[in-house]
Design a protein around this ligand. Sequence first.
Ligand code: HEC
Length: 158
Amino acid sequence: MAKKRRILLKLLFWILVLFVVIQFIPAKKPPVSEQNPNDFIRTAHFPDSVAVLFKNACYDCHSNQTVYPWYTYVAPVSWLIVRDVKDGRKHVNFSEWNSFKITKKLKVLDKAADEIKSGDMPFWPFLIMHPKARLTKKERKIMVEWLDNKGEKMFSGE
Ligand code: HEC
C-alpha cells in the first residue's frame, strides 16, 4: 500500500512539474484590434439584436476582436485556443468583411448559414466556457434568416 502511494505521489509531482514547465512555452496569440473599418456588423448594418448573437457566438474566433479570458493564458489550453483563433480567422474573418469581393461575401453568408443551421458552429469546445454562445433554436433561425436575406439582397444588387 505504502509503495503504491509513493508511486502515485511521484507521478503527481512530475505531472505538476510538467505543468509548470509547459507554461514557459510561448503561445503566440493572434493580436486583437478594436479598429476594424471593414467589420461585418458595422458595414452590413446589422440590427443590434442580431449583432449581439454573432458577437457572442462567432467573434472570438472569426474576428480581430477576440476576447482572451484568464484560462487562455494557461498551457495547454492556450495552445488549443491559439490554434482555433488562427484557423477560425483564416477561414472567415468578419473584421475584414467589407474588403471581400462580392463572390466571397456571398460564399461566406452561405457557409455561415449552413454552419449555424447544422449546429457545427459555434465550435463546441467554445460552449463549455461561453454559455452566451449556446444558441437556441430561435436564435439560430434569426441568424440564418438574416444571413439569407442579406445574401438575397446582395445577389439582386441592392
Ligand atoms: C472556438 C472558435 C470558433 C467559434 C466560436 C466559431 N468558429 Fe467557425 N470555425 C472555427 C474553426 C477553427 C474553423 C476552421 C475549421 C473548421 O472548418 O472546422 C471554422 C470554420 C468556419 C467556417 C468555414 C467553414 C468552411 O467550410 O470553410 C464558417 C463559415 C464558420 N466557421 C462560421 C462560424 C459562425 C457563423 C460562428 C458563430 C455562430 C462560428 N463559426 C463560431 C472556429 C470557431
